[in-house]
Design a protein. Structure first.
Length: 392
């Protein structure tokens, strides 16, 4: 037996170690010997194991090679990357051959493959709708609307990211979520959003907040330049969603101005009372200022009457007043419903907690209307939208 060969009888002793091998019997000078038969890991050819180079063991797996060429191919493939577009394996040599997309590193064998992927990412980014749910007055149902609108869109088959921009952290409380990293880490520490996002359910992810977000407000105020564009810059790498819904706090803070700078549309929940109507006028003035100072047009997607009670005169008058100004941008009202109040205590959306309730039916109607409005207002035409004008 030469140095480069292996006694086939060795594999008879190793049969228990390599149960996947095939054992064939041969007659050699009257002595029965066992020969190990394997399938090549690289090309799949069935062969008889004869040389040392034909087997390679690692703690995780055993590899077999029918020839020197297959062995070399295997060794080279370990240092090669698979192109995420055409699946071709290649040697990583140039900077353009890798890029971070939605928090993941992608590899490209050629400039054509990279261009194709970047074009796909650009198209996704243009299709993605960014909706800020905002009212400077508290207690209008912003978080309830944000959570259930997001859940309804996800249920309809759209990929949705819900971002909590309120330091009270009510999104996490309402859905029973916990995260090691929050929107604070994205805004202040520059952590990629993909590393902070938590999954809620199918098609539904969230980027939550907590009381630390109040510190982010102070940091943003002291940012020397582009303080209103921090959120937009940090979220630029997120493109794999159809909708990004932002739950904004009840104030005209730097955080909310960041949300307006990032958003394509604004959705305004208005409780059916006089003081909320006054708050809407303040929002319109804010939007006008954003358009003039930040040169970022934001269209009013719609106004959502909340806590609507058909039995009270003030509810009917509030809706009529909104319709007189916003016309068809007044969306289906959300009626007063005990189930909507109970759902957060059970860490569920209204669709999970009480799918047959009035609250569930009202939010399903809202979801349908939001989808139709977004389809009628492509984001690539948003520069034509007029801020502060109902019906824009």
């Amino acid at each position: 037996m030469t140095v480069d060969t292996i006694d086939p009888r060795f594999y008879k002793r190793r049969e228990a170690v390599d149960p996947g091998s095939h054992i064939a019997a041969h007659e050699d000078g009257g002595e029965r010997m066992a020969a190990a038969i394997h399938d090549c890991t690289v090309c799949g050819t069935t062969f008889e194991l004869r040389f040392a180079y034909q087997v390679q063991r690692t703690p995780e797996q055993v590899f077999y090679f029918c020839s020197q060429r297959c062995h070399e191919e295997h060794l080279l493939s370990a240092s090669r990357k698979a192109c995420d577009v055409c699946q071709k394996r290649f040697e990583l040599q140039y900077a353009y051959q890798q890029a971070q997309v939605d928090g993941e590193v992608r590899y490209f064998c050629s400039t054509d493959c990279r261009g194709q992927e970047m074009n796909t990412v650009s198209q996704r980014h243009r299709r993605m709708r960014r909706i800020a749910v905002l009212n400077q007055k508290g207690g209008t149902g912003k978080t309830t609307t944000s959570v259930n609108l997001s859940a309804g869109l996800a249920e309809a088959g759209y990929r949705v990211l819900l971002v909590d921009l309120d330091a009270q952290g009510n999104v996490a409380v309402s859905l029973g979520l916990s995260a090691r990293r929050t929107i604070y880490h994205v805004l202040v520490e520059g952590v990629h959003p993909a590393d902070c996002i938590v999954n809620v359910s199918e098609n539904f992810d969230a980027l939550v907040s907590n009381t630390s977000l109040a510190q982010a407000e102070v940091r943003l105020v002291n940012t020397p330049r582009d303080r209103f564009k921090v959120l937009a810059n940090r979220m630029a790498g997120i493109t794999n969603y159809d909708f990004v819904v932002m739950d904004c706090g009840p104030s005209l803070s730097v955080l909310n101005q960041n949300a307006l700078t990032y958003a394509d549309h604004i959705l305004i929940p208005v409780s059916c009372d006089y003081l909320s109507l006054v708050g809407v006028k303040q929002i319109l003035r804010t939007l006008k200022k954003v358009n003039e100072l930040l040169l970022h047009p934001v269209s009013i997607l719609g106004v959502v009457p909340t806590f609507f009670d058909v039995r009270t005169r003030i509810s009917v008058e509030a809706v009529n007043t909104l319709k007189s100004y916003f016309k068809d941008r007044v969306l289906p009202p959300i009626r007063v419903n005990t189930r909507l109040k109970e759902a957060p205590s059970h860490k569920k959306t209204i669709f999970e907690y009480a799918p047959d309730s009035r609250g569930s039916k009202d939010y399903r109607q809202l979801v349908k209307r939001v989808i139709s409005l977004c389809e009628a207002n492509p984001t690539h035409n948003r520069e034509e939208a007029a801020v502060g004008r109902p019906g824009a």
